[in-house]
Ligand binder design. Structure first.
Ligand code: PEP
Ligand code: MG
Length: 545
C-alpha cells in the first residue's frame, strides 16, 4: 500500500479502481481493428520513424549538451529494439486485434509500473523513459487525437491536473473521485467535485503518478485528503467504517430540510447553491437551498463545440428557472478566458491569461456573443425569479457599458413583442481588488453584490489560484482579503443592496462568525454544503462570543 496526501474535497469517501488520464498520451483509446497485418505494418513504420528521430535528437544532445544526456536517448533507442517489449505489442495486435496505440500503451504501462516499484532510484526513473518512448511511438503512428480517453465504468479519475474542459467532458455518472498531482482547493476540478458531492484529493504531488496505472485499487478520503493506493485490509475496513458514519451523519442533516437558517440569537442568513448544470440544480433542490446563488453559465459553452445559439441558451435558462420556481436564480454571464479556455473562441495566446481577455472584458469586446446571451437571459426571465450577475468587474464604465447593452436588448425584445421581466436584477461580482475598492460607486449602479473570494484572493495576494505549489504562502484568511470583503459589505448596505459570498470561502467554518457579524446576507455554496452549513449556523450564538 502507498499513501499520498493532498487537499481533501467533499466529506465523502470513494473506494474503487483507478482510471488514469495522461495528458501526453491522450490518444490511447482502445479500438478493434480488422486487419492485423496492416496494423503491424503501421507499427513498423512508426518504429522506423521513432528510431530516426531519436538518432537525430541523440546527435543534437551530444553536440549541445553532454554524453550523459545523449545516453538517455541510447536507452530509448534500445527500448525500441527490445524484443520482449516489441513482442508484447505485436501479440496484442495479432491476437486481440487491438490498435497499435492501445497495444503500446498497455505494454508500456505494464513495464513502467514494474520499474516504478523498484527499490533502486535510477531504475525507478526508467519508468518515465518507458512512457516517453511510448508517447513518441504513438505520435509517430500519426493518429494523435485531441480527445483524451474517458472512463466508461465507475472509476477514480487520476491525472496530473485537469482543465475545466477536460473535467466537464467526463461522464459524471462514472466518476467516483478525483485525484490530481497538481491543483488547489479553488481550482475548477475542486469546484466541480464539491458541486457533485464526490470526494477529491488535489495536489498530492508528482510522485503519485509514477506508481500509477489503470485498474489499481484505490481509496480516496475527501475529509482528510488521503489517498491509499492498493490499500491493505486494515485500511480498507477502517475507511469502510468511516464511510458508514459519514452516510449516517448525512441522514441526520437531511432532517434540516425545511428548517430556517438562523443563529440562536436570531441572525438569519440565506444559503443558496452554486451550480453549473441541471444536475446541480436538482442537487440544490434536494438539499433545500434557498435558491441558486451562482449559476456558472460558462459550462454551457464549455460543453459545446461551437457558440451555443440564443435558442439553446434560452431553453437551458428557462429550464433552470422553471425548475427553481419562486426561488431566486442568479445566473452569471459568460466567464471564460484565463484557465477556462474554449477552442472556438480562438482567444489569442497571452503571457498572463488570468490578467487578460476574460469574462466581462471578452463580452464587451465581442458584443454579438454577449447580446446573444443577454437576449436568452431576458427571454428566460419571464419564466422564474432571475437575477443577472456580471463577472470580473473592475470599473464603473464596464457596468455602464453593460447596462446600455441590456437596455438595447430589452428594447429589441419589446419591439418584437417577446415577454421578459423588466425588473430583472443586475448585480456584479466583487472579485477584483479594484471592484472592492470602488464598491461605493458600483453599489449605486447595481442591484446586488456577490463576492467571488476565489479570484479576489488570487488577485489580492497575487497568487495563482490554480497553483498547489503556492499553498504554503497562500493564507486564505488573509486580513487584506477580509478587509476588502468588509468594505464591500458596508458599501452595499449603505446603498441599500444585498451582498452575498459565492466563492469557496463561503464554506469556511472558521470565518462563518466573521461573515455573520459583517452582515453578509447570503452564502452560496456547493449543494452538498448547504445542510452542513445550516447545521453549524443554527448552533452559533453571536451574543455569546
Ligand atoms: C470566484 O472567483 O470566487 C468565483 C465564484 O468565480 P469562479 O470560481 O467561477 O471564478
Ligand atoms: Mg471568479
Amino acid at each position: 500500500m502507498k499513501t499520498f496526501h493532498g487537499k481533501g474535497i467533499s466529506n465523502a469517501i470513494a473506494i474503487g479502481s483507478t482510471f488514469v488520464i495522461s495528458k501526453q498520451r491522450s490518444d490511447a483509446l482502445r479500438l478493434q481493428i480488422d486487419d492485423a497485418e496492416a496494423e503491424l505494418a503501421r507499427l513498423d513504420k512508426a518504429l522506423a520513424l521513432a528510431k530516426e528521430q531519436l538518432q537525430e535528437i541523440r546527435d543534437i544532445a551530444l553536440t549541445e549538451t553532454d554524453d550523459a544526456h545523449a545516453q538517455i536517448f541510447d536507452v530509448h533507442q534500445m527500448l525500441l529494439s527490445d524484443e520482449t517489449f516489441l513482442a508484447s505489442i505485436r501479440k496484442l495486435i495479432e491476437k486481440r486485434h487491438w490498435n497499435a496505440e492501445y497495444a503500446i500503451t498497455l505494454t508500456a504501462d505494464e513495464l513502467a509500473s514494474q520499474f516504478a516499484l523498484m527499490d533502486d532510484e535510477i531504475l525507478r526513473e526508467r519508468a518515465s523513459d518507458v512512457k516517453d518512448v511510448a508517447n513518441r511511438l504513438i505520435t509517430c503512428l500519426g493518429t494523435s487525437k485531441k480527445e483524451p480517453p474517458k472512463p466508461t465504468s465507475p472509476s477514480i479519475i487520476c491525472a496530473e491536473d485537469l482543465t475545466p474542459s477536460e473535467t466537464v467532458a467526463l461522464d459524471k455518472h462514472v466518476v467516483l473521485a478525483f485525484v490530481t498531482a497538481k491543483g488547489s482547493a479553488t481550482s475548477h476540478v475542486a469546484i466541480l467535485a464539491k458541486s457533485m458531492g464526490i470526494p477529491a484529493a488535489l495536489g498530492v504531488g508528482d510522485a503519485f503518478l509514477g506508481s500509477l496505472q489503470n485498474g489499481m485499487q484505490m481509496i480516496v478520503d475527501g475529509v482528510t485528503g488521503e489517498v491509499f493506493l492498493d490499500p491493505d485490509d486494515e485500511t480498507r475496513n477502517r475507511l469502510l467504517q468511516k464511510q458508514k458514519e459519514l452516510s449516517k451523519s448525512m441522514e441526520r442533516l437531511l432532517l434540516l430540510r425545511g428548517k430556517e437558517t438562523k443563529t440562536i440569537d436570531g441572525n438569519q442568513i440565506k444559503i443558496l447553491a452554486n451550480a453549473g448544470n441541471l444536475s446541480d440544480v436538482e442537487a440544490a433542490l434536494a438539499n433545500d437551498a434557498d435558491g441558486i446563488g451562482l449559476f456558472r453559465s460558462e459550462f454551457l459553452y464549455l460543453e459545446s463545440d461551437d457558440y451555443p445559439s440564443e435558442e439553446q441558451q434560452f431553453n437551458a435558462y428557462r429550464q433552470i428557472l422553471e425548475r427553481m420556481g419562486d426561488k431566486e436564480v442568479i445566473l452569471r454571464t459568460l466567464d471564460v478566458g484565463a484557465d477556462k479556455r474554449i477552442d472556438y473562441f480562438h482567444l489569442e495566446k497571452e503571457e498572463n491569461p488570468a490578467l487578460g481577455m476574460r469574462a466581462i472584458r471578452l463580452c464587451l469586446k465581442r458584443p454579438e456573443v454577449f447580446k446573444t446571451q443577454l437576449r436568452a437571459l431576458y427571454r428566460a426571465s419571464a419564466y422564474g425569479n432571475l437575477s443577472i450577475l456580471l463577472p470580473m468587474i473592475t470599473s464603473v464604465s464596464e457596468v455602464e457599458r453593460t447596462k446600455s447593452i441590456c437596455e438595447e436588448v430589452k428594447l429589441s425584445l419589446q419591439k418584437e413583442g417577446i415577454p421578459f421581466n423588466d425588473k430583472t436584477r443586475l448585480g456584479i461580482m466583487i472579485e477584483t481588488p479594484a471592484a472592492a475598492l470602488i464598491s461605493d460607486q458600483l453599489a449605486r449602479l447595481t442591484d446586488f453584490f456577490s463576492i467571488g473570494t476565489n479570484d479576489l484572493t488570487q488577485y489580492v495576494l497575487a497568487m495563482d489560484r490554480q497553483s498547489a505549489g503556492l499553498d504554503e504562502f497562500r493564507d486564505v484568511h488573509h486580513d487584506a482579503v477580509l478587509y476588502l470583503i468588509k468594505m464591500a459589505v458596508e458599501n452595499a448596505h449603505r446603498a441599500g443592496i444585498p451582498v452575498g459570498i459565492c466563492g469557496e470561502l463561503a464554506t469556511d467554518e472558521v470565518l462563518l462568525k466573521t461573515f455573520l457579524r459583517m452582515g453578509i446576507d447570503e452564502l452560496s455554496v456547493s449543494a452538498s454544503y448547504v445542510l452542513p452549513l445550516r447545521d453549524v449556523i443554527r448552533k452559533i450564538d453571536l451574543s455569546n462570543a
